[in-house]
Design a protein around this ligand. Structure first.
Ligand code: NAI
Length: 334
């Protein structure tokens, strides 16, 4: 029986990296029946709603998605479809492994970076609850609940135990947001107490950002509310070669949607310049989730080998290869 997977190419560089990721997955020999669902900024504007039913229906049916980025207008326009999708499908845990890529030259080649970021994915300032109280005074609501904080903390600690991780750092700003981030921290502490074998620490987000730049090798697992998780993910991507590299997964109880950290990169879209590594590695996470461990390992090794050879890399990581050329090299190296 083939695995059924909903593929949402998205827009911007999405279709280019989605095509590359699908080709690489198909080349592993795993039998996937792709259900292609188009969702772009233009479609959303035309439909007048962020989440057309056919996309949700497909994901609820297949329960596994591979998704490219979707453009969200800045300072106006429709709300983020990415955020809406995570909320609607209750994809509460955003998991982003950030690792040194063997062979890739970065500013941090003298240390080994290997951390996993757990970002709460459903609330915080991404509640989308904003309003203008009076002219020129607006309010954005930061929602933090015990339910969602406990759920992401349990998820991160369980992952750490299962994968032999030793340390978890909860990142917060509870010195200022004493109630909201305070509640998030209390939940993290409560769950930490259930896992004495994992070293637990807390860092204020500004200090955490500095520590990440100065000594990224000290971090193992990071546990953050939504907004800090979003920002710190991009920062962490910058440590290992940029947004072209870092994969991710949005995990729910019954549905999982795999997508890169990066956005639709309109500055390079449609020119064959996009690095598909991040979505390919997200696809490797998906293969593992589907129980195709061998294919996941082969895909990961194929990507790594392509970086070690260094001959067919994309521009963002110092090469001159087009998206297709990099993809061909990965497929040869599977
Ligand atoms: P971005 O991540 O799209 O791009 C930031 C920079 O990184 C750009 O210079 C871009 O060229 C580069 N970059 C990103 N991915 C790359 C790749 N695979 N290969 C080579 N270079 C890459 O962030 P930006 O520009 O802030 O956002 C653009 C749009 O994407 C916005 O509408 C934003 O809302 C949306 N977005 C969507 C996300 C999603 O669908 N999950 C996540 C983040 C942003």
């Amino acid at each position: 029986m083939p695995h059924r997977v909903t593929i949402i190419p998205g827009d911007g560089i999405g279709p280019e990296v989605a095509e590359a990721a699908m080709r690489a997955v198909n080349a592993t020999g795993v039998d996937i029946q792709w259900e292609r669902k188009e969702l772009t900024a233009d479609i959303i504007i035309e439909a007048g709603k962020e989440l057309p039913a056919h996309v949700l229906d497909s994901l609820n049916d297949t329960r596994v998605g591979l998704k490219g980025p979707i453009t969200t207008p800045v300072a106006g326009g429709f709300k983020s479809v990415n955020v809406a999708l995570r909320k609607k499908l209750d994809l509460f845990a955003n998991v982003r492994p950030v690792r040194t890529v063997p062979g890739l030259k970065t500013r941090y080649n003298d240390v080994k970076i290997d951390m996993v970021i757990f970002r709460e994915n459903t609330e915080d300032l991404y509640s989308g609850l904003e309003h203008e109280i009076v002219t020129d005074v607006v309010e954005s609501l930061k929602i933090i609940t015990r339910y969602a904080s406990m759920r992401i903390a349990h998820y991160a600690f369980n992952y750490a135990v299962k994968h032999g991780r030793k340390k978890i750092a909860a990142v917060h700003k509870a010195n200022i947001m004493k109630l909201s981030d305070g509640l998030f921290l209390r939940c993290c502490r409560e769950v930490a107490a259930m896992h004495p074998q994992i070293t637990y620490q807390e860092l204020i987000v500004d200090n955490a950002s500095m520590q990440l730049v100065m000594r990224p090798e000290q971090f193992d697992v990071l546990l953050l509310p939504n907004l800090y998780g979003d920002i710190v993910s991009d920062l962490a991507a910058g440590l290992v070669g940029g947004l072209g590299i870092v994969p991710g997964a949005n995990m729910g109880e019954n549905v999982a949607v795999f997508e890169a950290v990066h956005g639709s990169a309109p500055d390079i879209a449609g020119r064959g310049l996009a690095n598909p590594t991040a979505l390919m590695s997200s696809a490797a996470m998906m293969l593992r989730y589907l129980g195709e461990e061998d294919a996941a390992v082969r895909l990961t090794k194929g990507i790594e080998q392509t970086y070690i050879e260094g001959k067919h890399l994309t521009k963002d990581v110092g090469g001159s290869a087009h998206t297709d050329e990099f993809t061909d090299a990965v497929i040869r190296n599977l």
